[in-house]
Write a protein that binds this ligand. Structure first.
Ligand code: TMP
Length: 205
């Protein structure tokens, strides 16, 4: 949505990539540089979204069907877009979002096998053309990432599921290298943070 004055930056990655830590480091650096920064997350980010996140990630939701999972991801996102993201962008702020539609392409589109077309169709309704100005993809191999992760319903999926997720992220970055910047997350967090800064700096002038 090029009409907005703000900047919309998203962080993506497989489980345990360290993207949430990196989002917080970037937020602090941007605030120190005088920017007005809003942090949010998917699923979640709003009061309604937090309740949806609870349903999605609770291990007790093991009877949740893939299509319902897809729609709940977008229900949370639609609320976040209208309540937090678009108003902040209209006010000229920098919005940092921990996961967005690239995660849905990787987890539901590919991992659950629902297909990219279904994801893009619902994205048109939920996000109405809002695409991140830049996406930082923090990559980590599946074994290392899962060893770092905590146990949510998604993290408990088989290793093959997480391989598909990671491969899809890498493919997305390959297909759109202008927007999606691939960063190796298997290094110390200062080295990763320096790369994150380099990946977004041109947008902040
Ligand atoms: P997080 O733990 O990184 O906040 O992400 C929450 C989990 O939800 C993670 O396992 C990825 C998953 N997820 C999806 O499956 N689809 C989505 O669209 C999003 C945003 C997250």
């Amino acid at each position: 949505m090029s009409t907005t004055k703000g900047r919309f930056l998203t962080f993506e990655g497989p489980e345990g990539s360290g993207k949430t830590t990196q989002l917080k480091i970037l937020a602090e650096k941007l605030r120190a540089a005088g920017h007005d920064v809003v942090e949010t997350q998917e699923p979640g980010g709003t009061r309604i979204g937090a309740q949806i996140r609870q349903i999605l990630l609770d291990q007790a939701s093991n009877d949740l069907k893939p299509t319902a999972e897809l729609l709940l991801m977008f229900a949370s996102r639609a609320q976040n877009v209208d309540e937090i993201i678009l108003p902040a962008l209209a006010a000229g702020k920098i919005v940092l979002c921990d996961r967005f539609t690239d995660s849905t392409l990787a987890y539901q589109g590919a991992g659950r096998g629902l297909g990219a077309d279904a994801v893009y169709d619902i994205d048109r309704i939920a996000c109405r053309g809002l695409v991140p100005h830049r996406t930082v993809l923090i990559d980590i191999d599946v074994q290392t990432g899962l060893a770092r992760a905590t146990q949510t319903r998604m993290e408990q999926q088989p290793t093959a599921f997480h391989r598909t997720v990671r491969d899809t992220f890498l493919q997305l970055a390959n297909d759109d290298s202008r927007r999606i910047r691939l960063i190796d997350g298997a290094r110390d967090k200062e080295a990763v943070a320096a790369d994150v800064w380099d990946a977004v700096a041109d947008l902040l002038k």
